[in-house]
Ligand binder design. Sequence first.
Ligand SMILES: C[S@@+](CC[C@H](N)C(=O)[O-])C[C@H]1O[C@@H](n2cnc3c(N)ncnc32)[C@H](O)[C@@H]1O
Length: 257
Amino acid sequence: MSSTLGVPRPDQASYMLRAAASDVGRLYKRQLVDLLDVREGHTVLDAGCGPGTDLPTLAERAGATGTVIGVDRDPAMLAQARERTRGLRRVEIREGDVLDPPVGPGTVDRAKIDRVLMHVDDPATALAQLHRVTRPGARVALAEPDWDTLIVDAEDLETSRAFTRYTTTEAVRHATVGRGLARLAEQAGFAVETVLATTPVFRDVEEADHTLGLGRNMEAAIAAGYVDRERGRRWFTGLAQGTFFASFTLVTVICSR
Ligand SMILES: C[S@@+](CC[C@H](N)C(=O)[O-])C[C@H]1O[C@@H](n2cnc3c(N)ncnc32)[C@H](O)[C@@H]1O
């Protein structure tokens, strides 16, 4: 394994593009975009669009008369999104917060928010804002992981559990938002139509390390007192020896307004 304990956080945009390009990334994103059912002429919002991973697909589906708006608060992400959609005339990239998106009320036919709610201050406010900007009859797609479901196979089961506990308690703000997604969508005023759970399976330790930050988060877990240093090191080194398995659950919710 080329990565070691304490590797710096990888560049966020490349992480997201790589995650999206993985087999599981492709599968759930295709499913999410298909279920979103974007049609010619629609105005589509990608809230927390990151490096613009999904913007070209959404633009293709919205066609020559549709409009796609990508909103993100991170200027570095937006720069990548602009680069990615250069030449697509009906894509607008806007800097803003999903808690107060720069989008007029009742103007959007389709909206998606993918792996963003787990990071925001208040997921309920973000969903209320999606409700505000969408038209009656609009369709909305949500996707979030639930990090309580993160399992990493190791002989030292206790350390694997401590790793997951660190991830859910310290590393991700709303680590269990995935399981509550349908409930939160209903509370925001949407009618839930479909709830799906996808379980990405990692058999390759380097891929898992890159996507799940195994070494980086184990180092942080050690520093935060969740795991003994020597034991954490042994756990991480042991992952690269022999058969590897890790997985977690990602929840997708499709709803209408
Ligand atoms: C895991 S990435 C997902 C990006 C994209 N949705 C995708 O599927 O590739 C999370 C993104 O949410 C953005 N983000 C987090 N909190 C935000 C907020 N309050 N307002 C706007 N963007 C936010 C981050 O800047 C980052 O680009």
